[in-house]
Design a protein around this ligand. Structure first.
Ligand code: GDP
Length: 442
C-alpha cells in the first residue's frame, strides 16, 4: 500500500514529540527537519516541501496553542491541516453539463491506467444512478478498443467504437451524438496515449477538445512515477487546461509524492484515485481522508463506505436475526468471510483504522492466507457438517483436511474460532434480548 515509508517516518517523528510536556522552538525545528526529509524521500516536489515546512513551522512556533491539546498534538494537528490544504482542501466533484450529456475526456500517457480508469469511472457513475457511455477513441494502442469493450461488457455499460481507422476527433463527435440518441447522460472518452509526451499527441488532444468542448478533461497519471507524474501533469495542464487529475496505482508501493504535490504544482485538483486492477478499486479523492491516512490516523469514513458497497444490506439484516436467535452456522461464517473479501485486501482495510501502527502490519498477508484456507475448509464440509459442526469427529476432520489441502490442526483451529465467535454472539444476543426486556439499564 502507498505511503508506507512516509507514514511510519512521520509517526516516528511524532512519537518523539509525544514524550515531551512542553515543546521548545528547537523541538519543533528538529521535528520539522525530520518531516522535511520524510517528504523529500517520499518524492514530494522540493518547492512544495519547502513551503509546507515553512507554513507548519510558522504556525507551530507561533501563538496558535490550544489549551485542550498537548503541544505535540498541536503540531500533528497543524501538519494535518496543512497537508489537507496542500491536497486541495475539499473533495472536487465532477461538474455536470447544463444540457446532458456531460462529456468527460480522459487523457494521459500509455500505461497510466486510462482505459481501466474509463471503466472504473463508468461503474462509479452507474452506482450513482447515472447512465454513462464509453467512447473508444484510442486508435493507436493495439487492443485498447477491444479492452474497453470487454470492460464495458463486464459492467454492462455500452461502448461506442468506429474501429481504429477513423480519426479520433470524428469518433468523439459521433460518440456524443450516439449518447444523445441512446439517452445516456455521461460520455467518457478514452483517448490515445503515447509512451512519452509528444507534440503530435498534444495536437490531437487539443483538436478533440476544441471540437467536442468537454465539461471535464481529466488527466490519468501513474502515482508510482512520483515527480514524473507531476511533470507530466504540468505539461498536459499547460496544453489542455485540465479540470482534474486522477491518480492510479495508489495501491502499489507509491511513496506518496504525486498525491501530495500535484495540486500544489499544477493548481489542478485530484478528483479520483485508482487503488488496484479491479474495477471496484476506485475512490473519490478526499484530501482530509488522504491526510489522515498519510499520518497513520486512519480513514474510517472510506472504510465505512467500502463496507456499505460490499455488504449486502438484506444479508446483514438476516445475519442480525440469526445472531439474535442463535442460529449462526458455519455457512454464515463463510458468507461473512466472502463479504469481507469483497472489501479488498485485509491489509488495506486495517490501515484505514485509526491508531494502527503501519510498521507492524508485516504479517497481515498470513491472515489473508488463513482466510483462504478457512474458506477451503468450510467448502470441503458437507451441508450437514456446516450446519452442525458438533458431528465433526476425527475421521471427518481427516477427510476435510485432505479435501481442502490443509491440516487437521488448521481444521481444529477454524472450528475453535467458529465456536468462540458463536459464544460471543450468544452473549451479544442475550444482552440484546435482555436490553429489549428492560433488564439492563444505563
Ligand atoms: P492505458 O494504456 O493508460 O489505457 O492503461 P491500462 O488501463 O491498459 O492500464 C495499464 C496497466 O495498469 C494494466 O495492467 C492495468 O491493469 C494496470 N492498472 C490500472 N490501474 C491500476 C491501479 O489502480 N492499480 C494497479 N495496481 N494497476 C492498475
Amino acid at each position: 500500500m502507498a505511503f508506507e515509508g512516509l507514514t511510519s517516518k512521520l509517526q516516528e517523528t511524532f512519537k518523539k514529540l509525544r514524550g515531551k510536556g512542553k515543546l521548545t522552538e528547537k523541538d519543533v525545528k528538529d521535528a520539522m527537519r525530520e518531516v522535511k526529509l520524510a517528504l523529500l524521500e517520499a518524492d514530494v516536489n522540493y518547492k512544495v516541501v519547502k513551503d509546507f515546512i515553512n507554513s507548519v513551522s510558522e504556525r507551530a512556533v507561533g501563538e496558535e496553542v490550544m489549551e485542550s491539546l498537548t503541544p505535540a498534538q498541536q503540531v500533528i494537528k497543524i501538519v494535518n491541516e496543512e497537508l489537507i490544504k496542500l491536497m486541495g482542501s475539499t473533495e472536487s466533484k465532477l461538474k455536470p453539463a447544463n444540457n446532458p450529456p456531460t462529456v468527460i475526456m480522459l487523457v494521459g500517457l500509455q500505461g497510466a491506467g486510462k482505459t481501466t480508469m474509463a471503466a472504473k469511472l463508468a461503474l462509479h457513475l452507474k452506482k450513482h444512478n447515472k447512465k454513462p457511455l464509453l467512447v473508444a477513441a484510442d486508435v493507436y494502442r493495439p487492443a485498447a478498443i477491444k479492452q474497453l469493450q470487454i470492460l464495458g461488457n463486464q459492467i454492462d455499460v455500452p461502448v461506442f467504437s468506429l474501429g481504429d481507422k477513423v480519426n479520433p476527433v470524428d469518433i468523439a463527435k459521433a460518440g456524443i451524438e450516439n449518447a444523445k440518441k441512446l439517452e445516456r447522460d455521461y460520455v467518457i472518452i478514452d483517448t490515445a496515449g503515447r509512451l512519452h509526451i509528444d507534440e503530435e499527441l498534444m495536437q490531437e488532444l487539443k483538436n478533440i477538445k476544441s471540437e467536442v468542448k468537454p465539461n471535464e478533461i481529466l488527466l490519468v497519471v501513474d502515482a508510482m512515477t512520483g515527480q514524473d507524474a507531476v511533470n507530466v501533469a504540468e505539461h498536459f495542464n499547460s496544453n489542455l487546461d485540465l479540470t482534474g487529475v486522477i491518480l492510479t496505482k495508489l495501491d502499489g508501493d507509491t511513496r506518496g509524492g504525486a498525491a501530495i504535490s500535484v495540486k500544489a504544482v499544477t493548481n489542478t485538483p485530484i478528483k479520483f484515485v485508482g487503488t488496484g486492477e479491479k474495477l471496484n478499486d476506485f475512490e473519490v479523492f478526499h484530501p482530509d481522508r488522504m491526510a489522515s491516512r498519510i499520518l497513520g490516523m486512519g480513514d474510517i469514513l472510506s472504510l465505512i463506505e467500502k463496507a456499505q458497497e460490499a455488504i449486502d444490506e438484506k444479508k446483514a439484516a438476516e445475519l442480525e436475526k440469526k445472531i439474535l436467535s442463535q442460529e449462526f452456522t458455519l455457512e454464515d461464517f463463510l458468507d461473512q468471510m466472502q463479504q469481507m473479501k469483497k472489501m479488498g485486501p485485509l491489509k488495506d482495510l486495517v490501515k484505514m483504522i485509526p491508531g494502527v501502527d503501519v510498521s507492524k502490519l508485516g504479517d497481515m498477508e498470513v491472515n489473508e492466507k488463513e482466510l483462504l484456507h478457512a474458506e477451503a475448509i468450510i467448502k470441503s464440509m458437507t451441508k450437514e457438517e456446516r450446519r452442525n459442526p458438533s458431528i465433526i469427529n476425527a475421521s471427518r476432520k481427516k477427510r476435510i483436511a485432505k479435501g481442502s489441502g490443509t491440516t487437521i490442526q488448521e481444521v481444529n483451529k477454524l472450528l475453535n474460532g467458529f465456536e468462540q465467535a458463536r459464544k460471543m454472539m450468544k452473549q451479544f444476543g442475550d444482552m440484546q434480548k435482555n436490553m429489549k426486556k428492560g433488564k439492563f439499564k444505563f
